[in-house]
Design a protein around this ligand. Sequence first.
Ligand SMILES: Nc1ncnc2c1ncn2[C@@H]1O[C@H](COP(=O)(O)OP(=O)(O)OP(=O)(O)O)[C@@H](O)[C@H]1O
Length: 613
Amino acid sequence: MDKKQQTPAPGKTFWRLIKYVYHVSPASLIISFISVIIAAGSTVIGSLFIEQVIDRYITPMLKEKTANFAPLAHAILLMAGVYAIGLVASYLYTLLMMLLSQRVQRQIRNEMFTHMQRLPIAFFDQNEYGDIMSRYTNDIDTLMQMISQALPMFGNSMFTVVFVFFGMLYLSWQLTIVAVIVVALSIGIVKYLTKKSGYFFDLQQKKVGEVNGFNEEMLNGLKVIKVFSHEKYAEADFDRYNEELREASGNANTFATILFPIMGNVGNLLYVLIALIGGAAVLAGSLPLTVGAVASFMQLSKAFIMPIAQISQQLNSIVLAIAGAHRIFAVLDEKVEVDDGQVTIAEKPGVKNAWQWQVPENGGTKAVPVKGHITFDHVNFGYVPGKQILYDISLDAKPGMKVALVGETGAGKTTISSMINRFYEINSGTISYDGIDISDIQKDSLRQSVAIVLQDTHMFTGTIMDNIRFGRPDASDDDVYQAARLARADEFIHELDDGYETVIDGSGSDLSQGQLQLLSIARAMIADRPVMILDEATSSIDTRTERLVQSGMDNLLAGRTSFVIAHRLSTIVNSDLILVLDHGHIIEAGNHDQLLAKKGYYYELYTGKKEIQ
Ligand SMILES: Nc1ncnc2c1ncn2[C@@H]1O[C@H](COP(=O)(O)OP(=O)(O)OP(=O)(O)O)[C@@H](O)[C@H]1O
């Protein structure tokens, strides 16, 4: 992600988040806000009532011989009513914010997922999988925790502190000064403890990441660990990470939990102090205070200290969540793939699987048949600025031609194939498809006209039938069987207990690498596109099966333009054009016989004088 985006502007991110939450449900946020104020207000009003109850009812009653309890009961009922309203308001905002946080969570997940699908492949080259995943999980979790808990608690504490302050001021400014001095002194303790716990909470997050990362790596590499008997070392390393995590969590929680008992005692101290000073003042008559006002003030002073501790603690969660929100917004702000192509692809009316380009012309569109003629004209490319990978590549793959790309590892074969469907944007030169510059073709349409079989045979959780049908969702069952037969996958599928209905998991771990390759060939076959790219499509298939697949593949490739990358030269000898690549340059081009006659690089490769590394 953009380096500039990594320095968060907390205030900006906070307001952006609030706006986001507001848009999800304005009513929930507004009602919660009002409820927070009512809940905070009821605490203060309830405490102030004590003054009334004592001074207006209890004290006069003590002086009367026959006491009438009715007005007192009425006042107490009123006080209970105020507290009850506060209780309902608390319940309301807690519930609303919890529900709101879940709706926000659903929306963010949806938006992130949809956005991620539209990001260019280059984004995934530059960002680690684990990092992207942690935005989906950890960051969304901290955000939800903030919306459902920290934010309403923070708001409630803030309003409580302000209301209590004015309540105290109303009762006695002199006692308010005493309370403020005690609070000012205790803020030092709060700051110290929250800083310490904040530091250790950050550390704890980091350590959780390390433990998870280590775990993931070890699980992925479990076989290698066993092969080299490295279990003991792995365990020792894991122990170390785990212990560091325990230590950080222990420290974070020690400082966090000690805060409340300390502040509780500061609250008690203030309570006693107010009782002493207030009581003495009433007795001496030195301050214009009543017994009721002192009692009320004592109650308020208790409600003054705790919110201050809470504010500083919730502030920690809010800061953490803002950092998370920033990382989430950074993904959402990533620019999606640029697609200003106007040319689209469509099936020829009434003819199945006959495709044509719809080229805009004079306000309407002109239909051009899709033939599969691909040309590269002086193409230069690098994945990152300053590091060129392809140099001045020119090629002409006429419709129906089989073009082979040969060269050492890292020569740029896959890179050339990734240019055809615009996984990346070239730096200069032109690539055209049926005479149309591919940058004028809508990406979706372009990709619909190119099928790729990669060495990475990723499957999705589902049945074998679904996975083959992935290539063309409207394919019939018979189309699937036909494609599987052509790809020679049919045989092994029948040997599985549930045949085509066998459920495979996303990692494809229940099938062999070769079987997965057969499935991915079947998936590409069913897609039935005019241009095919086969990138080491048969590298894990044994040579006998490969020969069988080859015959099916030749049927499939007949009449289509194909680009074949293969280390086994036997697969490509019958190509119409073989391009030999070296460090991003085409150094030889021709068919098998021409290249052999040349006695150059290809000749050396073929005769085994030189090996593809
Ligand atoms: N996503 C990427 N980001 C940056 N550099 C990359 C990326 N993919 C490949 N490269 C680099 O581009 C060069 C060409 O890689 P490419 O995968 O095209 O080679 P190849 O000829 O297909 O190799 P192989 O036979 O091993 O598949 C290599 O130096 C590689 O490190």
